[in-house]
Ligand binder design. Structure first.
Ligand code: ZN
Ligand code: ZN
Length: 173
């Protein structure tokens, strides 16, 4: 959704509130695609801050299906976004090029880009289906949250066990 902000940039003291749709249904992150299952309208406030200048603030909630890092199960993850950015008109940008380093320039604001960018900034470092996810068996590929498999993946070393016993025995004295 592209928003025209020329009115607010031109009219000093003006504030507009708008609700727009986030048009995308799939998010791309790190070459993977993630479906969006729920999304609120993007609630925007655009306030004039002097001739050719405005601030845009927005809020939105989106639920995206991510994958558990350990067992690859789908995990719905909700992003609660709050963002703000400065906007300057192209004329002002040309006159004072370095005034606002990371502001948006132009009379048209691409809200989808703004929201997508905000999502990638807030992307979770780790995604787990549950805090104690047991992952999948490296031998048979079974999801270990659904029950243990018969594979022999843990081989206790008898020498280590013996050392541990001695260590613990010494500690208790
Ligand atoms: Zn998991
Ligand atoms: Zn197994």
């Amino acid at each position: 959704m592209v928003l025209n902000v020329s009115d607010v940039l031109a009219a000093e003291g003006r504030t507009e509130r708008k609700q727009v749709e986030f048009s995308l249904s799939v998010l791309e992150y790190g070459k993977q695609q993630y479906p969006i299952t729920e999304k609120s309208p993007v609630r925007l406030t655009i306030s004039n801050e002097g001739k050719g200048k405005a601030e845009i603030t927005g809020e939105a909630e989106l639920t995206v299906l991510l994958c558990c890092d350990r067992c690859l199960k789908e995990v719905p993850y909700t992003f609660s976004l709050e963002f703000s950015s400065k906007i300057v008109s192209p004329e002002l940008e040309a006159a004072v090029p370095d005034e606002e380093e990371d502001s948006l320039t132009g009379y048209q604001i691409n809200v989808d880009d703004l929201v997508s960018n905000e999502i990638s900034i807030n992307w979770p470092m780790k995604v787990l289906c549950r805090p104690d996810c047991k992952g999948i068996c490296s031998v048979c590929g079974r999801n270990l949250n659904e029950g243990a498999c018969e594979c022999d993946t843990f081989v206790p070393d008898p020498r280590l066990a013996a050392i541990k016993d001695i260590f613990n025995a010494g500690k208790e004295v």
